[in-house]
Design a protein around this ligand. Sequence first.
Ligand SMILES: [Zn+2]
Length: 256
Amino acid sequence: MSKLNVHQYPYLSDNYGVLLHSPDSGETTCIDCGDANAAKAALKKTGWSLTEIWVTHHHGDHTDGVVALKKETGATVKGPAPLSQNIAGLDTTIKDGESFSFAGNTVTAIHTPGHTKDMINYYLPDECIVFTGDTLFTLGCGRLFECDADTMHTSLTKLAALPADTMVYSSHEYTLANAKFALSVDPDNKALQMRAQQFESLRADGKPTVPSTIKEELATNPFLRSNDPDLRAFLGMENASDEEVFAEVRRRKDNF
Ligand SMILES: [Zn+2]
């Protein structure tokens, strides 16, 4: 097991890509690749040589650059088996609960359907990192394009159960809009109010609000707080199931 270096870089209008690198073995992986040029620029900047690409889901802003980057670098590509759409360039498909080794570190696939049917998140327990794709965002969660709210709720529950200090690398800078919405359904949450302020200044300085941690999300992300008494009281859903509360919060966000 070797300590890994993380390099996060923005691409397209609001995506984040990540390079993960082992200084010991020289191995480097890229999590998603919607833009091969942006990934190549990040590789040039770090001086790292790409050996792998891990894809979270089939959407073009996560996959459009995979084939070109693979061709250029010879990297091998892991990703989910097709459940609604193929991903070009995949060498290996990976299923829920399967693990593989990266530079001596265990990487476990967590299937989190909701945004898409195929979504795979990559969890590195030794490094306390999870790559959540478009499932869990800082203060938000992905839109339900291919699954229902119950399915997404189950997926988010899996992520919420990871150790509290796990760092959450998500794929989009949506946080200011997410914070506005979160405050609209959880207005008296002091931790949320503080975070929203911190994010305002981070973004004003052009800094990312990703990564987050599971602990911070549990305290402030309304999509992980279906069992919170204050949130339930605000929605007038004291006696509803967690799934019903989640579905209502998601419905409100869709119309926000
Ligand atoms: Zn997506």
